[in-house]
Design a protein around this ligand. Structure first.
Ligand code: DX5
Ligand code: ZN
Length: 221
């Protein structure tokens, strides 16, 4: 069954602990934490202290999505701040530094992932695919929650699914951006293993029902 990763970017940060409890009790499989630096994306979100606080508060698997420039500088510190998986953008670093960063994450005993923006072709992932635990395909331009799903990314999701199945079947495929009850079945049908959802879960008055619905609608694909 598809896994659901609520994105805390859409949570009420004034009561982050209870917001997290709510989605953990509501059936979340992992928690997605978006880190933005105002350079790689035109927005700034959270960093080490918040991640550490979340890690202390909850045992849920922490899926950290770095939208920062030159992530190789910081991956080790995110590993030491409570991330279970660190995923960064393939567009954000040089090939040699990407390899170093992936190796650093593995050395820290954590899972590693690469994320790709909507305009980036799937082929850029190929040199790294054998090292990856996860590929994150963005279905919005990274930077903000609550944007409209880009259906033109579906063929790319299918293409990456085929590459994973052929070259590294244990690698997971995660999709992030504009996921709701309408788009979840499309993405599930294209081969996603994990759906990230911010607004669809945290802006709902019943988070458990929102998570259950996303699972239900994904299964209908
Ligand atoms: C956007 C982030 C997403 C965002 C998703 O750059 O990577 O994780 O929180 O939010 P929704 O599900 O509202 O599009
Ligand atoms: Zn994200």
């Amino acid at each position: 069954m598809i896994k659901i990763a609520p994105s805390v970017l859409s949570a009420d940060f004034s009561k982050l602990g209870s917001e997290i409890d709510c989605v953990v009790e509501g059936g979340a499989d992992l928690l997605h934490v978006d880190v933005m630096d105002g350079i790689f994306v035109p927005n700034i979100s959270v960093g080490f202290p918040i991640l550490e606080a979340i890690d202390k508060h909850s045992d849920i698997f922490l899926d950290v999505h770095l939208m920062i420039d030159k992530p190789h500088r910081y991956v080790e510190r995110f590993c030491n701040s409570g991330a279970d998986l660190v995923c960064f953008h393939v567009e954000a670093d040089q090939p040699q530094d990407i390899l170093t960063a992936l190796a650093d994450i593995k050395k820290a005993g954590k899972k590693c992932g690469l994320s790709i923006k909507p305009k980036t072709p799937a082929s850029v992932i190929l040199p790294y695919l054998s090292m990856l635990d996860l590929i994150l395909v963005m279905t919005v331009e990274p930077g903000f929650g609550g944007q409209k799903f880009m259906a033109d990314q579906l063929p790319k999701i299918r293409g990456i699914r085929a590459l994973i199945d052929k070259q590294n079947p244990s690698c997971l495929l995660e999709v992030d951006g504009g996921i709701d009850n309408k788009t979840a079945p499309l993405v599930a049908d294209a081969g996603a293993d994990i759906l990230v959802a911010g607004n669809a879960i945290f802006k709902s008055s019943d988070r458990a029902a929102a998570i259950a619905d996303l699972k239900l609608y994904s299964a209908k694909s």
